[in-house]
Design a protein around this ligand. Structure first.
Ligand code: NAG
Ligand code: NAG
Ligand code: NAG
Length: 336
């Protein structure tokens, strides 16, 4: 099954490659070109880039915007290795590899921009791509149930998933040890408000890409502010991610929930999110149900709204109202 899937992906990529190389100039040189921007997908914990679910998402992207080159991000080509790498590895090193792969990809590297969709932890990993590399630059980033503000507890593993169980057991000992931070992916976005100093000192990934440390990285901010859209979906009955509000970049400390727009990260604009919000590019959306219970309808709406050709806005008359589909539910102005 896995091999078959893999072959199909290769075939799809192969035929698109042939099309591109057949034309003397890049597909993307022409301003009026209606070729959709390529889309990169980053899967979640315990998944693999060529699993059935990812393949279906890739097919749906192409249904909504025919002719889209879809690149499912992988750390390694073998599915079992790629799945393992979603639990185990130094995220800094994984990201460096992904950045190099994307920058060297024959089609992605010639695109004026790409779109990106991240599932669960793939969402914050894609944010890492944008902040640290962004070559080619991302136009719109859509994340589903991602842990932008980290997790405060580790999830339950399926009884038969030994890698997950092992990883979570090790995490339970000391999430801040260099070994755990350097090897276990979820530890690198573990963020416990009660151990905030330890987090700031030891977090190998999240504290850095969230620009929470004293010295801010201006490139991170600049790259995030350059996005056209940063769309965060939260599953309203998410039982896997603790707390679920992390999907909207909210801060949850005990029972207190601080919306993104009321946070220092926003008001002092450590990440360019306020700047992005002022140009209308920050979107909060709700998905019904538990973690990753995604319907084709919901995905299709997201891909239709934010992906497609570079100049897709030409010919679109009105911007969509901000309150549609549970967006901007805070009832707060963008100025806070
Ligand atoms: C900020 O991030 C960029 C991209 O990763 C890196 O090249 C640069 O060295 C970082 N700057 C600082 C001050 O850490
Ligand atoms: C992760 O990898 C980077 C790059 O090789 C390295 O600088 C860093 O120390 C590693 N982190 C840990 C916690 O081992
Ligand atoms: C979270 O709340 C605890 C208890 O009120 C407090 O000590 C801690 O500083 C808070 N953490 C953050 C990051 O605000």
């Amino acid at each position: 099954m896995a091999i078959k899937t893999h072959l199909r992906l290769l075939l799809t990529a192969g035929s698109l490659l042939a099309t591109t190389f057949a034309s003397p100039v890049s597909h993307f040189d022409d301003d009026d070109d209606d070729t959709p921007l390529p889309v990169v997908i980053w899967h979640g914990l315990g998944d693999a880039y060529n699993a059935d679910g990812m393949r279906q998402v890739a097919a749906l992207v192409d249904t909504i915007n025919p002719g889209t080159l879809v690149y499912p991000i992988r750390i390694e080509e073998a599915a079992s290795r790629d799945r393992y790498d979603s639990f185990v590895g130094n995220v800094t090193e994984q990201l460096a590899k992904v950045c190099a792969d994307i920058a060297a990809h024959p089609i992605l590297s010639t695109a004026p921009a790409i779109d990106a969709v991240g599932f669960s932890q793939g969402g914050q990993l894609l944010r890492g791509y944008i902040e640290r590399c962004n070559n080619p630059p991302v136009r719109s980033l859509i994340t589903f149930g991602s842990q932008h503000n980290g997790i405060t507890a580790f999830r339950e593993c399926e009884a038969t998933n030994w890698i997950c169980r092992f990883a979570m057991a090790v995490l339970g000992t000391n999430p801040w040890s260099p070994t755990v931070q350097g090897k276990l992916v979820p530890a690198q976005y573990f963020r416990d408000p009660d151990q905030y100093d330890k987090y700031l000192e030891h977090s190998n990934f999240l504290a850095d890409i969230n620009n929470e440390r004293e010295v801010k990285n201006e490139t991170y901010k600049k790259n995030m502010a350059k996005l056209e859209n940063f769309v965060m979906y939260m599953f309203d009955e998410d039982m896997t991610v603790v707390p679920k509000e992390t999907a909207w970049f909210e801060d949850v400390n005990g029972t207190e929930i601080t919306p993104l727009r009321a946070r220092k990260l926003y008001s002092e604009d450590w990440l360019g999110l306020r700047e992005l919000d002022r140009k209308g590019g920050l979107k909060f959306r709700t998905a019904p149900g538990d973690h990753m219970q995604l319907s084709d309808e919901l995905l299709a709406e997201a891909f239709g709204d934010f992906f497609g050709p570079l100049n897709r806005h030409k010919g679109r008359s009105e911007p969509r109202p901000a309150s549609r589909g549970g967006e901007d539910e805070f009832g707060m102005g963008g100025d806070l």
